[in-house]
Design a protein. Structure first.
Length: 250
């Protein structure tokens, strides 16, 4: 049975004035697979994620989500249609509890125009989605803790839980391993592996050891363009990739 493509980017270009931060980039994200995008700082990785998420518009090209052309859709509409993302920098509410952070994310994704007079904090559906997301992210034991008191790796897990609470099918994860120690990295890689069956995952990451352990496919970007794309073994053996990164991942 062929893999199910959940998100497809076709010849994406994003210009800032005369600079093409992303230039003619195409990729497909499939359910049950992790597609890593790697490259040095300034390669265009985060700009590409922002275009896919709808946070900035493509100068040209097309983005399809679940078979629908969403190129002109803003970020909130794409999120409600099944696309979730995390950011390089922590975006939690540190004074709120872990559960409340996740409940707010679930509530934001579930519009309730007919529930004007009911207390949002008692919304059973949002609470259920929050509990489920925190269970999957490995944070069940920390529901009542202030989010700001979590360890760094746990905060990154919470961000993914908040993303999961919106019921996405596509996950865009921008450097989820940044700043982690070895034990935290292992927990995050286990979480990513557990999330694979139900999602298509795009992973932007600088930790090359982790990328080659977890990715099913890798795209290498250089100066806004695709230098190489393929299976991890193919990318590792690619002469252009080795030359561009001085053998750093060879």
């Amino acid at each position: 049975m062929p893999a199910e493509t959940l998100l497809r980017a076709h010849r994406i270009v994003r210009r800032f004035g005369g600079l093409a931060a992303v230039n003619d980039v195409s990729l497909a994200l499939e359910r049950g697979a992790i597609h890593a995008v790697i490259g040095t700082n300034g390669a265009g990785k985060s700009t590409l994620v922002n275009v896919l998420a709808g946070e900035i518009a493509a100068t040209s090209g097309r983005v399809e989500l679940l078979g629908v052309d969403v190129t002109r859709w803003p970020q909130p509409r794409r999120a409600r249609a099944g696309l979730g993302r995390t950011y390089q920098r922590t975006t939690i509410f540190p004074r709120f509890s872990v559960l409340e952070n996740c409940r707010l994310a679930a509530q934001a994704a579930q519009q309730r125009p007919l529930a004007l007079w009911s207390a949002a904090a008692r919304c059973a559906a949002s609470l259920a989605r929050a509990h489920d997301a925190l269970e999957r992210a490995g944070l069940r034991a920390h529901l009542d803790r202030p989010a700001g008191s979590l360890a760094h790796g746990q905060k990154r897990q919470l961000e993914i839980a908040m993303c999961l609470a919106t019921s996405p099918q596509v996950l865009l994860l921008d450097e989820p391993l940044a700043g982690m120690g070895p034990e935290e990295t292992e927990r995050m890689l286990e979480l990513l592996h557990a999330l694979k069956p139900g999602h298509a995952i795009l992973l932007v990451e600088h930790d090359m050891d982790a990328v080659f352990r977890v990715a099913d496919r890798i795209t290498v970007m250089l100066d806004g363009t695709v230098l190489a794309s393929g299976l991890p073994a193919q990318v590792r053996a690619n002469a252009d990739v080795q030359a561009a990164y001085l053998g750093a991942i060879a």
